[in-house]
Design a protein around this ligand. Sequence first.
Ligand code: AGP
Length: 616
Amino acid sequence: MGGEEKEEIMCGIVAYYGKRNVSEVLLDCLQRLEYRGYDSAGIAICESGNIDIIKTTGKIKHLREKIDINKYSMTHLGIGHTRWATHGVVSDKNAHPHKVDNISLVHNGIIENYMDLKEKIEKRYALQSETDSEIIAHLIAEKYNGDLLNSAINTVKNLKGSYALAIISDKEPETLVLVKKENPLIIGIGEDEIFVASDLTALTAYTDNFIILEDENIAKIYKTDIKLYNFNGDPISTNSKRVKLNFQMANKGGYKHYMLKEIFEQPKALLDTFLNHISNNHEKIIFNEFENIEDRIMSSKSIQIIGCGTSYHAAMIGKYLIEKYSGLSVSVDIASEFRYRNMTPTDNQIIIFISQSGETADTLASVKLVKKNKITTIALTNMISSSITRMTDSTIYTYAGPEIGVASTKAFTTQIIILYLFAIYLGQCTKRLNDRNIKEHIEKIIRLPDLLDGVIKMNDIISEIAMKCINYEHFLFLGRNINYPVALEGALKLKEVSYIHAEGYAAGELKHGPIALISKKVPVFVIATQSQTYDKIIGNIEEIKARNGTVYAIASSGDKRVINLVDGFVFIPSVDEDLSIFPNTVIFQLFAYHCANYLGLDVDQPRNLAKSVTVE
Ligand code: AGP
């Protein structure tokens, strides 16, 4: 969208029809979606023939303060929105819902032909906001002839871009119209009540029965009757499905922050994830997900792994593991780069797309791109029925449970255990690994939850190191080989939650530039656990100390060589280099968490970030 204006971006949408207090349900669901955006929020409720709109900048708790909850105990229908803007100001007027005449709507997405539409609309009306969403409301209001569904169908013909919409009208106080194109929208069916949200986790407290809208679906919900249509207005069938999610897991469960809870949940998350892939006798790796694509996997010549942010770091780890155990060559790409590169498809290529949320716009765009080239696509995601699962040939799920903290923790470690298992699986298929090798790997994997429990017990030691570090403005993280992406992830975690500038480097690169940064003011966190490059890492630490640098290290238990050199350390038990990525990651996560917590920051919802980046 060109021009000076803003767009409605990684937002969360909710709606409710039923006998509960509408405002309470909307606020509760918005709270659960707040990770998708938290610049501003609002609700619209059909009340005595009018639509009440209450909206504000700030978080859901600010919105809650503005709402007279008791007023809505007898009302039935409402919509709500939590917003995260990329351009333009965060203001009350730009917050959703938007109201034009009798129409009120909430929107998640971007209208690409916004400027053209705006030019025409503003000749006829004075616009109240700077949003593309208001333009949609104008179009629907203009076309309204007493039938909200029809005016929505007629409006989508004029829209280019991505949008999930929830629309109500004070002329039809028991009708809700939903429109879905490229952004997720889910209907939850309760007993005599209907819930709507941008994702399942917002609704699992209320129901386990869902309709997951497909692209170019329009839903008309009259009271609790649901009818689906395509964008031409033709009726289509409605198939609901039951999805069981553990609602307990979406609570803080006594922890101060979701992030800490989610770090502590990793032993269980790993167990839940790897158990699905290990045979009962612990002798084979299984991927039932590949039933329909097994031949293609067996004949694959190369593998590519694509993701963004933390998921990209998981992809990098996957490269080390898959190349080592399968002998196949693996390339990795950041989705936002891949989608604009001229990729040349090769025969028998498999591409794994990693996305915790399954909704990241760049990753989905990359899937679309390769689908044209008939490549075998596999999604690795934590979100059941997310968009990516419907676009790829096969889906592997991580069973991390809902991850609410914006900084990804347990999703990452479950992604890398899957990549580890996949690497061994390929080694098993190609016979590069014999039965004994496979069994040994499985035994090591099974011990991982205990290993991580041990690391979590060192929380206090990690917290003490963090306490010493909160006044630094810059940090370097060094790792080598498979621990290089772990260093990148450690730096990303610190940046995201503590706002301390941090960079991760492959330790071998130190001399090629970053060493110029070394000073008392720029401490370095080094992964110095046992590895094939251990001596070289010791060399790096010596180089930093020779320049008066401060070094913290993760070292293998009892390693005197490291502890005699460094300013602070955390031990992990002696494990294979490949497995050390798990404890090392958890230590960096805890370090970032404690830094942010000591700094008094909003750990779960860091400034400027949203959990799920659903637009480019
Ligand atoms: C992780 O801590 C970040 N918040 C972010 O980098 C994230 O990993 C990235 O946006 C990708 O998200 P996805 O896995 O849901 O696709």
